[in-house]
Design a protein around this ligand. Structure first.
Ligand code: MN
Length: 238
């Protein structure tokens, strides 16, 4: 049976998510955001191979969890679509995924340091980020998640965390909604900047896991506030 078309409102929201992530400096010419398909938990929506700041409705394609297009298209897919499919497969609770190379996070991945919640806005970091070492899964690579095997290894490294650092590459955040995934991607980058700054001053007092849990519930319960603000500066999308 053919896959039913996605909710047009969800497609528009995914376009807006792409534009927000670009405006907020999380993605540039690279990076991507996906959302689980509203008609099928075994499919997700992701743009074709285009810079997130330029993504339009017509670019949004449906993929199965193996990274195959749900229907034929001449549009070229992102090489790293396996990040999304394998995380959706491993984590039924995840409804949206952001993969980026946001710069402040990179030093943590290459030094084996966890990103930890430095303030209430990043309670989603919980006990800290996890780390993916691609050499363990693929030996010498170009660092990209080019196939399902690397995607599965990344999903395994993510575990039950909401953020996984990818050594020498970037990071991936997951969330139970698209708005929250965008929020987390913005604040993972913000947390990294603050954590680097604080470390210069001395030992850092991070949120405890309990504080992180409480803070996450409080801030992400209000996620529509920043989402509306960030959407406002984008205007109408085509
Ligand atoms: Mn990448």
């Amino acid at each position: 049976m053919a896959l039913a078309p996605p909710d047009p409102a969800l497609v528009e929201k995914l376009v807006i998510a792409n534009r927000i992530l670009y405006n907020q400096g999380v993605v540039d010419g690279f990076g991507h955001v996906s959302v689980r398909h509203n008609q099928s938990p075994d499919h997700f929506l992701l743009s074709c191979n285009r810079a997130p700041g330029l993504v339009r409705r017509a670019d949004i394609l449906a993929y199965d969890l193996d990274g195959n297009l749900a229907e034929a298209s001449d549009l070229r897919p992102y090489l790293e679509r396996f990040i999304h499919g394998e995380i959706y497969r491993a984590r039924p609770d995840v409804m949206a995924v952001v993969h980026s190379h946001s710069p402040s996070v990179i030093p943590f991945g290459v030094t084996g340091q966890r990103l930890r919640p430095i303030f209430h806005m990043s309670g989603f970091l919980g006990s800290g980020s996890s780390l993916f070492e691609i050499r363990d899964a693929g030996g010498a690579t170009d660092l990209l998640i080019r196939n399902a095997g690397l995607g599965r290894a990344l999903a395994a490294s993510l575990g039950q965390h909401s953020c996984v650092l990818m050594r020498g590459h970037g990071s991936t955040v997951v969330a139970p909604s698209l708005e929250r995934a965008v929020y987390r991607a913005v604040y993972a980058e913000e947390n990294a900047k603050l954590q680097l700054g604080a470390a210069v001053l001395g030992p850092v007092e991070f949120l405890t896991p309990e504080e992180a849990e409480l803070a996450m519930a409080a801030t992400e319960g209000q996620v529509m506030r920043p989402w509306e603000l960030w959407s406002e500066s984008i205007g109408a999308v085509d």
